[in-house]
Design a protein around this ligand. Structure first.
Ligand code: MEV
Length: 298
């Protein structure tokens, strides 16, 4: 069984597409995949929780992604079975984790050596099918795991966390498309370049301070920086009423900070729970939102 991580972006989504840093952490379990020979067939992918089957070149995004894997890993005549432990289209890096787990499973089956650099190249090509213009943060965390500051130019710089950080993850129930959200920000940048670049710069400053807060174990500062990031993400029209409701409820319950994570336009909210995990959980459950707990930097 080959595995890959999901991810949460603590701060910096979208700005990272435009060259700024993002602070992100791997979430496990993400996706597991196994490959076996299927002589005479193309390359197929069976995704357990969805009960769905995709084949290379079937006209879907997954079919296009599989065609790339088949080419890069000499992998026609194979069947992949994947188990998703993450919901799709919720900002938790499910598509990148699926690509990395499948690439690893196929390389194992075919005996193709896959060092990190080659794996990251293959996974980037996979992500481009889904997201058009990915920064690379999702597939890098999916492959390498851990916690760190990611930039397009320099990749992942690991951050040594002084203490594990407990995050509550709440699902708004609203599906969103990363491709569309990234395009929305690109059009804001085209229409108002100076103001949008300034917003990205402000987010970058928050990210740098958040990395320091994480290293210092200063959860209060980290929470405040997450709240400020949420304001800037809202100003880019990436929040929704439901997202704001979950953030407000988490803060009212005592969370140190709360924000959307990933592409926005719905998807998931993260709350830095501090000592108030039970209270945040109860507040969200009162809104009909189940709360998942992740510990990053443990
Ligand atoms: C998606 O998880 C994060 C975005 O910043 C897109 C990307 O970095 O590719 C919205």
């Amino acid at each position: 069984m080959s595995a890959a991580h999901g991810k949460v972006i603590l701060l910096g989504e979208h700005a990272v597409v435009h060259g700024r840093p993002a602070l992100a952490a791997a979430v496990s379990p993400g996706v597991e995949a196994v490959a076996r020979d299927a002589p005479g067939e193309g390359l197929s992918l069976h995704v357990a929780p969805w009960g769905a089957v995709f084949t290379a070149g079937d006209g879907t995004d997954l079919g296009r992604g599989l065609a790339g894997l088949a080419r890069d890993l000499d992998a026609t005549g194979a069947r992949l079975d994947a188990v998703m432990h993450l919901p799709g289209a919720k900002g938790l890096g499910a598509s990148a984790a699926l690509g990395v787990a499948c690439a690893r499973a196929l390389s194992e089956l075919r005996g193709v050596a896959l060092d990190d650099a080659r794996l990251l190249d293959i996974a980037l090509a996979w992500e481009r099918v889904f997201h058009g213009n990915p920064s690379g943060v999702d597939h890098t965390l999916a492959a390498l795991g851990g916690v760190g500051v990611f930039t397009k130019a320099e990749g992942l710089r690991r951050v040594a966390t002084r203490a594990p950080v407990v995050l509550c993850i709440g699902d708004t129930g609203e599906r969103s498309s990363t491709r569309e959200m990234v395009a929305l920000v690109a059009s804001a940048l085209a229409r108002r370049p100076a103001a949008t670049e300034k917003t990205f710069d402000a987010i970058a400053a928050l990210v740098r301070n958040a990395a320091l807060a994480l290293e210092a174990g200063d959860a209060r500062a980290l929470g405040e920086l997450m709240d400020l990031n949420q304001v800037l993400l809202s100003s880019l029209m990436l929040s929704t009423e439901r997202t704001e409701t979950l953030c407000r409820a988490a803060r009212a319950a005592g969370a140190l900070g709360a924000k959307l994570t990933g592409a926005g336009g719905g998807g998931c909210v993260i709350a830095l729970a501090g000592q108030r995990e039970g209270e945040v959980r109860a507040a969200w459950e009162a809104l009909g939102v189940p709360c998942a707990r992740v510990e990053v930097g443990a």
